[in-house]
Design a protein around this ligand. Sequence first.
Ligand SMILES: C[S@@+](CC[C@H](N)C(=O)[O-])C[C@H]1O[C@@H](n2cnc3c(N)ncnc32)[C@H](O)[C@@H]1O
Ligand code: SF4
Ligand code: SF4
Length: 354
Amino acid sequence: MKYPVKNFLRCVINNFVLRRPLPLLLSFEITQRCNAKCYFCGYWKLEEFTPELSLDEIKKLLDSAYDLGCAIFVVTGGESLLRKDLPSVLKYAKETGFSTLLLTNGYLLPQRIHEFYEDLDAVSVSIDFPDVRHDKNRGLDGLLEKAIVGIKQARDYGIIANMNCVVTGQHSLDDVKELLFLARQLDCGFSVAPLFIRPAKFTNGAILGTLSKKEEDLMKLNDWNLMKSVIDMLLFYRKNGFRKTIQNTNSYLRLVKDRADFTCYPLNLQLAVASNGTVATVCAAGLYESHNLGNVLKQDLRDIWFSEKAETLRRKFKECTLAKSMGCYLLCVAELSLPFHKPAALLDYVKKIT
Ligand SMILES: C[S@@+](CC[C@H](N)C(=O)[O-])C[C@H]1O[C@@H](n2cnc3c(N)ncnc32)[C@H](O)[C@@H]1O
Ligand code: SF4
Ligand code: SF4
């Protein structure tokens, strides 16, 4: 991915030298609607979707996030490809100076990628199983096939592509290995993250909705040894020909393997904005009312980011112990917290982007 160098350097100097939080990524939930029904995610169960920002409102958000220092625009959802004006959103983001990354289940990629390929730097497609279980667990027939075609098309257009697998209790080591080999064959990256089941008492985490007891029992990672063997396998293949394919950093893989404690920083490198403009954090459990820091339609983004509430949250997040106790290692949160927690992890990133 091409990084907007000025914002990138500004972010590194502020966060790691001056110790002043400045976001690198704007993670925007472009819609809460979804065309899938994944067992482990509750977006599709929401009874009401929050209203979505209009294109003009998104443009203003992009302007102020870029001014604040963001360099990478991550479009997420719900299912991002359901948003009709996605091409205009990506075009404006590129014109503003952002690198663009789209998170998607891939179902609509073959149908829509031609509308926006020129303004997309990278795409991460969720593929959890190498066979019909993928469609079944995500409740969408034909999903695996379309996601694979979408990745191929993205690569043909020269877009960086990644396949992300959420590892559940239903996986075997061979399932993950098969996906790793498929990713190499498709010339795309491959990343894993363990399933996180948000305790029901936390209702506002980054992954919305609640799982039923049946869904939870079906998907739960009861035996962390599976995660350990997945990670040993990835560490082995990284040394044996798959260095370019495996996208997780070594620091992340070791953290998850050991199911270790880490200090979480969900409000330092990332600015999360919900579909209606509410500024949140990427905290998976939405701890300490972190799902609502203000709204970009009513307040200045910079004021929200540097507010006292945001500062208090940053301090409180450091006390969270849900990683070790509940297995909270969301890729986008833990990977981006590690450079603060363990400065050597910063080197992992430098190696990845050089
Ligand atoms: C919320 S989805 C939004 C983008 C798109 N709909 C998709 O599925 O890729 C973003 C990522 O979160 C992952 N995810 C959803 N629920 C999860 C959970 N309970 N634990 C870990 N990852 C989860 C998805 O697999 C996906 O890779
Ligand atoms: S993981 Fe993605 S595709 Fe699945 S229900 Fe959640 S938002 Fe939709
Ligand atoms: S580990 Fe981080 S993302 Fe998970 S609940 Fe704690 S603060 Fe939130």
